[in-house]
Design a protein around this ligand. Structure first.
Ligand SMILES: [Fe+2]
Length: 288
């Protein structure tokens, strides 16, 4: 396999070619690099067969349309792409034949609904679905954090841990990662976020000691204003406020937000809903 990676600022595009047949594809080509792609293909004696966008790019200018026009090569995207100029629309699981190479598409919605990854031999082109040490944004048009979670934890991250990850963005100059490294990194960051969250139980002591969320801090509603500066020193922390039914915690959350704890939220339905959902509770006091 002939392989070239082209960096432009934080964007990455890839040239993948078959040595035997001299057929090649471009993955996520960028408009400012057109001459470079053409020079690379000439240097290796390759001819482009497909121009692939892993998704609708909101943050860089794709060269697929311009190159398709210049070289008369078809543009490939996922079936759900809204772009009118796409010539070949892939379903998840479909193969793109490039000489002796087989590029398999995986539909990976989340960053955008039309995101796909492409798998060839020991590499996975992840577009903006999975970056090195990060995931693609889900706050741009079409982004869906739940879909991305599903895509990653029930799809991409279950692939062979040795598979090399080549994303469409990389800002620190690393060439690639692996599925195994990304899985480990994501697990660590989820664990860290968990410990960042403060669970604040605002019920009276007897209710708290009868059963609370493990690790919850106890601060009764009646003492909130008095003790808040002492007990909650960092107003940037995420705080989950809980009471028995979810009503007092809603008021306590409003108080906390008014005091500058903008990331405070109330536990919907309170501890009653928590227990009814079958979640675990701890009794007694928490170690200080
Ligand atoms: Fe993107």
């Amino acid at each position: 396999m002939i392989f070239e990676s082209v960096s432009t600022g934080g964007c990455r595009s890839y040239l993948v070619g078959c040595e035997e047949s001299c057929a090649a594809v471009l993955v996520d080509p960028e408009l400012s690099q057109i001459d470079r792609y053409i020079a690379l293909s000439a240097r290796h004696g390759l001819r482009f067969h497909y121009l692939i966008d892993t998704h609708t790019h909101a943050d860089h200018f794709s060269a697929t349309r311009e190159l398709a026009h210049r070289l008369e090569v078809p543009v490939v995207m996922h079936r759900s792409s809204p772009a009118p100029f796409v010539d070949l629309r892939l379903e998840g699981g479909e193969l793109l034949v490039v000489g002796r190479l087989r590029l398999q598409s995986l539909h990976t919605p989340g960053h955008t609904p039309d995101s796909m990854c492409l798998w060839v031999e020991d590499r996975l082109f992840t577009g903006d679905t999975l970056l090195i040490g990060a995931t693609g944004r889900t706050d741009l048009p079409g982004g869906d954090a739940e879909a991305l979670y599903e895509t990653l934890f029930h799809g991409v991250l279950k692939l062979d841990p040795a598979l090399k990850v080549f994303p469409a963005h990389e800002y620190k100059g690393r060439s690639h990662s692996t599925i195994g490294q990304e899985l480990a990194e994501l697990k660590t960051s989820i664990e860290n976020h968990r410990t960042e969250l403060i669970v604040l139980d605002v019920r009276e002591r007897d209710a708290y000691e009868a059963g609370h969320i493990s690790g919850a801090m106890h601060l009764p509603r009646g003492q909130l204003e008095l003790r808040v500066n002492e007990d909650l020193k960092d107003p940037t922390r995420r705080i989950l406020v809980c009471c028995e039914f979810g009503r007092i915690s809603t008021l306590a959350t409003a108080t906390l937000r008014a005091m500058g704890f903008q990331r405070a939220v109330a536990l919907d339905g309170g501890m009653k809903a928590w227990r009814e959902a079958g979640n675990a509770v701890t009794d007694g006091r928490e170690p200080q």
